[in-house]
Design a protein around this ligand. Sequence first.
Ligand SMILES: [Zn+2]
Ligand SMILES: [Zn+2]
Length: 292
Amino acid sequence: MYIKFWGTRGSIPVPGHSTLKYGGNTPCVELRTSNNRLMILDAGSGIRELGKHLSSNGFEDPIDIFVSHYHWDHIQGIPFFLPLYDKKNKITFFGETSNGEKVKSILQNQMTANYFPINLNEICANTTFEEIKINSSYQIDGIKVETLRANHSSPTVTYKFIDGEKSIVYMTDNELKLNDTSDKIDERKISNLIEMNKSLIDFCAGCDYLIHDSMYDEISILGKKGWGHTGNVTLTYFSILAKVKNLILFHYNPDYTDEKIDNLLEKTINIAKGERAELNCIASKEGMSIEF
Ligand SMILES: [Zn+2]
Ligand SMILES: [Zn+2]
């Protein structure tokens, strides 16, 4: 499998000198399976550059786009995704019916006349829309795709992609549950963490890569319970408990500078080291790719 990050930022794009290293575009991850099937995870502003890259190579293979939820930072790149405007391309959007509205209708709404000059019905690619169900399993071209509900302020899908022996979990905009949150996690909190996040731990168990929301450091998340995001300390303990092999920090707070994210990563690595865990911690950045 191969992954490449085209957008790593949460909430809103933040271009500028303080975000050059980790990037300012909102979520978009390119996933290539072992048989080179292209799967795109979320369609934030990062998908624009990915689309230009694909179009410059005259892309014709099927493109599957998995949308976690419809907060703007996860869909705002769709109108600017060049492969949509080429009739050679076959594009499928996977997403969940949300608040009674189907994926096609939700995505169409952001391209109505008041928001964008071209309607989704006017685009030329062969586009289809698939409704995803929670706690389900799908087979796409030899890849198993499993779904689970994330804890977020809007209904959100977490996806796991299993390709032979390899697996990757995309769990963004997720708040890991813990009774109270502070910089230090003791035995009691660990048992709370296990108890309150059992289905998520089981879902991630032993995966090769976990791409997870790390919107905040643990101090900043105080007072933000219920916002649907996670602090790095809780996330590190969660990953250790789930025996994740590689944790990738993702969906950064738009206010976090490169220096702040360097610091977030360093703290995360130190926690894993302190626990003598075999957990490799990585901070996602735009343009970074991993093959495994
Ligand atoms: Zn988000
Ligand atoms: Zn969100």
